[in-house]
Ligand binder design. Sequence first.
Ligand code: PLP
Length: 384
Amino acid sequence: MDTRSTHDALLSPTAAEINLAHLRHNARALTARAGDADVMGVVKADAYGHGAVRVARALREEGVRHFAVATAAEAVRLRRAGIDEAILVFSAPLPAQLPVYARHALDVTVSSREVAEAVIATARAAGPLRVHVKVDTGMGRLGLSPSETPAVVRMLERAPGVTVAGLWTHFATIGDAFVNEQAARFEAVVRRLGGALPVHTANSGALLSPPEHFSLTGTELVRMGVALYGIYGPSAMLSEDLRPVMRLRTRVTHLKTVAPGTTISYDRTWTAPRRTRIATVGAGYADGYPRRLSNRAEVGLHGRRFPVVGTVCMDMFMVDLGPPDGPAATVDLGDPVVLFGAGGPSAFEVARWAQTITYEICTGVAARVPRIYHDETPLPSQNA
Ligand SMILES: Cc1ncc(COP(=O)(O)O)c(C=O)c1O
């Protein structure tokens, strides 16, 4: 743990514990699954909340040589931290941003004819650019149409200072017939271009799909995000032995016993049905613990589950520990409370209670929550 995170962890009741040993384990498992294709570590949104610089360094030690982020700003941050491997920026660049790509040797997503023209002009004025041309085969978000792609690729290939390093597309679904439809549209473009360009299509869902829904044949790279962090589809996690990398915990900051009929938190949405012990804990929606979890979620404390009661506030929420002489009688101030991860509910359960997906739960962990990194050694027990 570095000095800043030690300091922050002391002063903040809430921390995201990042198990880099689990990240490394997942990277090895997914690299094996990818076969001849290389893994591109998707570290956008601060590596899905896990900390992009630390994650990229750990992945690099596991042999990962390609990274991807969402914005040029995220890529420049990695460059400044000494990540000098290939970095693809997924979003569509604005022409004014392209000199920054040239200066930091960032790979550009060419998603339209206009971007291609801006790339050609920038390569002439500001230095060489490498591009990955994106084809929209059905996601409906970014990319050239299949019919216009070959001409744009040819135009880029002829331009001085431009290297076409990849051709890619992104799936809108997982493991259904539409994936096959998108793959067929992409294949047709690849064939029209003579099959010479490196291609990539797979994300975690595609890589972990059964073979009838995805084939890696001809794929150079797999763009690996959520599975690296061990929060992709519980059944895939089991079959691939993927391990969750993040555990979110806070601490008990206040304890009291209340009489039956006492109401708890804003808008009085919960009333004590009996005399009961209530813990106030030090995390709230400003830490990324969604307000939607009010009266729906459970937390882990002393190895047991307890319900969240009342409305989740900005910086705190309340937990019903049950009868004062019950199993939680020994709960004390400062005790760790697991919001998700070992010793508490999984990120999948929290996502279900919050009616969202694990991606949103992890990327939603706020910047004010210190990240505490553990490598090789197991995480401390939940009482640590
Ligand atoms: C274009 C693109 N490729 C790959 C990924 C990684 O997806 P996943 O986290 O599902 O592996 C993302 C993430 O949203 C993406 O936007």
